[in-house]
Design a protein around this ligand. Structure first.
Ligand code: G6P
Length: 474
């Protein structure tokens, strides 16, 4: 069995003296897959993302890092030329496909698909071809190949061309755009992406909503034959099964990590910092789709509308750096910091700090924050699933969840969360207030049901479902 994704379970940094340090990869995809793959005989194929990764690959025979001392099993990192990688990852995957599926374009000025984009698209094709080639080399007869996410939409059909004997699954960890938005892409690109995924035997999505949007795109843009009841798409004589697999959390493993001494000492430090104030917590990558700026604006509206909370509440916002090669992300980080400063300037007093913004990636400190939260704020513009919304209720049985109705997680948690329109900052401010005043008994009741929903399909079962879906129909 093989797994393919852009980001692998580990990455390396190269220090000035040439030493390599290894660290765990970030993001929902890696955290979902790492635990699963460890238990199985799987080769993970990923891209070298940095100079550190490239050095590690060059030291390893055939790029196979089987003995690198991490615990996720054998890994093959592909040393794709940096300029090709940069265009495929930054320009196409993260600036085009991510933007389209999260509806992030400011359409009066962007996107603009010019000659430069066409060149970037060629790099995306080469990057996908490099994966398809490596997978074709590594796969045994009849192997199962699990291709992940929007970086690798073309790899399934390319691999099928090389190796018709293998069984291929593709999984999208993002939302999928409706046809009228997806068709912002140049026609030939839209067609290639859809046909690329249809090269798989099974295409998986996190919610029924994203699966339906994909099927709508196949029908509208390819004229494919879509059976919504049976969830199949037939195009050019091949049928792809469409699956919905709502990735959840391994509650026991998360809890075990969250009671380790480093987390406990962060909890004590945070408690000291905020005293007995109520805590509103958010934990995100500084990512455009996460809507951090509107989250801060909502907190500001809440403070303006509810002066009775002044001095009694603190907003603890974790916003880790992400994708800083892209100017939009650097600007967004600056906007988050500006907004935070405005709140400080307006409301901070000598003995009350209304907002603590954490911009460094500190996993144990964020676990401590989850455990102390009274309210968890998850307000993305749009999100494939959002695992923060699922981790919170596991780690804090008495916290209330304010959740964007546009997060995939809303499909499973919506009944017990306070759902908000992510663009409506006044509505979000009121939901924060409602969450804070929710009676203890109601929080515990809702918390119980949120926890059950969050752990319903832990990564092991989520992966097993996709493997089962790859078996030929009886
Ligand atoms: C999302 C994507 C993943 C990606 C992660 C982190 O969860 O679905 O594919 O790995 O974000 O983003 P990055 O660009 O840092 O890999």
């Amino acid at each position: 069995m093989l797994v393919a994704s852009n980001r692998g379970p580990v990455s390396f940094t190269l220090s000035e003296d040439g030493a390599l340090t290894m660290r765990r990869g970030g993001g929902g995809l890696v955290s979902g897959l790492s635990g699963v793959v460890k238990e199985m005989e799987v080769l993970w194929v990923c891209a070298a993302l940095s100079d550190g990764d490239r050095s590690a690959v060059r030291l390893a025979p055939g790029g196979r890092l089987d003995h690198a001392g991490y615990d996720t099993g054998p890994l093959r990192m592909l040393d794709i030329p940096p300029s090709t990688f940069h265009r495929a990852y930054n320009a196409v995957a993260n600036s085009t496909l991510w933007f389209v599926n999260h509806l992030l374009y400011n359409t009066p000025t962007a996107p603009q698909f010019d000659t430069r984009f066409r060149r970037e698209w060629e790099s995306y094709q080469s990057y996908n071809a490099a994966f398809a080639l490596a997978l074709a080399e590594e796969a045994g007869p009849g192997a199962r190949v699990m291709v992940q996410d929007y970086h690798l939409t073309l790899a399934p059909s390319m691999l099928r061309g090389e190796r018709p004997d293998v069984r291929i699954s593709h999984f999208s960890h993002t939302p999928w755009a409706p046809p009228e938005y997806f068709s912002l892409l140049p026609d030939e690109v839209a067609v290639e992406v859809l046909c690329g995924i249809l090269g798989a035997d099974h295409a998986g999505f996190l919610t029924a909503r994203w699966a339906a949007a994909f099927m709508d795109c196949c029908e509208a843009l390819l004229g494919a034959n879509v059976d919504r009841g049976a969830r199949t798409v037939t195009h050019e004589g091949r049928t792809t099964r469409i699956g919905v697999h709502g990735l959840g959390v391994d509650g026991d493993a998360l809890w075990a990590r969250a009671v380790e001494p480093d987390v406990e000492s962060h909890m004590a430090a945070l408690r000291q910092e905020v005293g007995d104030s109520k805590l509103i917590v958010r934990i995100d990558r500084t990512e455009l789709s996460k809507n951090i700026v509107r989250g801060l604006a909502a907190y500001r509206e809440f403070l303006a509308a509810h002066p009775e909370w002044h001095g009694k509440v603190v907003h603890l916002a974790f916003a880790y750096p992400s994708r800083h090669d892209l100017p939009e992300y650097r600007e967004y980080t600056a906007a988050v910091q500006r907004c935070a400063k405005e709140i400080e300037d307006e409301y901070a007093t000598e003995d009350w700090d209304p907002l603590i913004l954490n911009v460094n990636d500190d996993y144990p400190r964020s676990l401590a924050a989850y455990r102390l939260a009274d309210v968890l704020l998850v307000n993305p513009i749009r999100d494939g699933m959002n695992l923060v919304a699922k981790e919170g209720p596991i780690l804090s049985p008495r916290s209330a969840l304010v959740l964007s109705r546009e997060a995939g997680a809303a499909a499973e948690l919506g009944a017990d969360a306070l759902l908000v329109n992510p663009y409506d900052v006044c509505g979000t401010a009121e939901a924060i207030h409602e969450a804070l005043v929710m009676p203890e008994e109601e929080r515990l009741e809702r918390g119980k049901r949120l926890r059950a929903a969050a752990t319903a399909l832990p990564p092991g079962l989520w992966f097993a479902e996709q493997l089962a879906a790859l078996e030929p129909a009886p």
